[in-house]
Write a protein that binds this ligand. Structure first.
Ligand code: BEZ
Length: 394
């Protein structure tokens, strides 16, 4: 079979393995023999995004454990790889999983720059890939691919919700502060477009290199900007520090942003985050049986509270389960596998989710306010929001 107009995953991997091809085992035979399905988890387990990677991995494993250790009737073997959020190593790390480890499925990653490296490799190999965080817009826009699905968000989505909510409140002038890489830039675009829908403007964008945390020179510029709000994209350890320093600077302009700014970080941010409003596809106190059960199970497994990263990991595994159940574990039945995944309607802890024509997730973006150390949902900023998928020809 061809994928994206190229040879299928199996054909490429067979070629890449060279001499090992003689011992290659066709999937249907492998299923009959009970061969496990190899799932590669390419995630950051060190660096500023380490906690995000850990929560995603734990939640993938949780869903598989809930299914009795099998997906579509096949036992699952997990191969973990720490990508360290280093874009320069992205292609090489993805190749290690696809070629050396011959994974059947790749779940990864967190950092948009690293995702571009994975994308280059899996568009060639045809490996089924599920993105459990990285929001890089292009992978579900102009560079979309039949074998690549995203259960997390596009960078545009949450920030667009925040821009809409701020614009609705009547804010006319705002600034955007972020790391200078795809996630921050694309989130800034979503924020700007949301604000502009209600007649507002982003009058200044301030950036620093990822993962630097020398925020002081940027914060020093805020009082001179004549703005009513600051929007920001930071996540993980960087978000903890940014929110604390923003508060310590005593700035009068309210800080808001993509919800990653206060997600999985509130304990460390403490008082500094209280009252902040952010927009995200998850929040504390979402009152559904699914969310309650998920949070309890995640806590029991990890002794940590679930957050959006855990939800995204869980849903990546849920989507994979839908596909594999439809083909009874035969990962090579690509046509039926992808058809089932594209049609999936999944009950997520975040609420109902589905898959857009460009294979990004469609979900509600909630407006949240930090109250007593929780990201309390206070409204819906955008209902069933789909990324525009611009340029995707699937
Ligand atoms: C990204 O690089 O796409 C990203 C990283 C952390 C949180 C959200 C997005």
């Amino acid at each position: 079979m061809t994928v994206n107009g190229r040879l299928s995953r199996r054909t490429i991997v067979r070629g890449a393995l060279g001499a090992a091809a003689a011992t290659f085992v066709p999937t249907r035979f492998a299923i009959a023999q009970g061969a496990p399905l190899k799932v590669g988890l390419m995630l950051p387990f060190s660096g500023t995004y380490a906690k995000l990677g850990e929560n995603i991995a734990s939640a993938v494993e949780l869903l598989i454990a809930e299914k009795g250790g099998t997906l579509g009737g096949r036992a699952v073997e997990i191969v973990r790889l720490d990508d360290e959020s280093k874009p320069e190593n992205g292609p090489q790390n993805a190749e290690r999983l696809v070629k050396r480890d011959a994974v059947d499925v790749l779940i990864g990653t967190v950092h948009s720059g690293v995702q571009m490296g994975i994308h280059k490799v899996v568009r060639e190999s045809g490996t089924l890939t599920i993105i459990p965080n990285a929001g890089a817009n292009t992978v579900t826009r102009s560079l979309c691919a039949a074998n690549v699905f995203r259960t997390s968000f596009s960078n545009w989505q949450p920030a667009h919700g925040m821009g809409l909510a701020l614009g609705k409140k009547g804010v006319k002038k705002a600034a955007w502060i972020t790391w200078d890489y795809a996630a921050g830039k694309e989130a800034g675009e979503g924020f700007r477009e949301g604000l502009e829908k209600h007649g507002g403007k982003v009058v200044q964008t301030l950036t620093l290199k990822f993962p630097d945390t020398n925020f002081q020179p940027l914060l020093a510029q805020v009082p001179g900007l004549d703005i009513e709000a600051v929007g920001a994209f930071f996540a993980g350890g960087g978000a903890v520090q940014f929110v604390k320093e923003y508060k310590a600077a005593g700035l009068k302009v309210p800080l808001c942003g993509s919800g990653f700014l206060t997600e999985g970080t509130l304990q460390a941010q403490g008082e500094a985050a209280e009252g902040m409003e952010t927009a995200l596809h998850y929040g504390d106190g979402l009152d559904s049986a699914k969310n309650k059960a998920f949070r309890e199970a995640f806590k029991a497994k990890t002794q940590r509270d679930a957050d959006v990263y855990a939800v995204q990991g869980y849903d990546s595994a849920q989507l994979l389960a839908v596909g594999l159940e439809a083909v009874k574990g035969d990962i090579d039945a690509e046509g039926d596998l992808y058809k089932a995944m594209r049609a999936a309607k999944i009950e997520s802890p975040r609420g109902p989710i589905s898959i857009s024509p460009s294979q990004d997730v469609v979900h509600n973006i909630y407006l949240r306010r930090v109250e007593k150390g929780e990201n309390k949902v206070i409204g819906i900023a955008a209902e069933a929001l789909a990324d525009p998928g611009t340029g995707c020809k699937l």
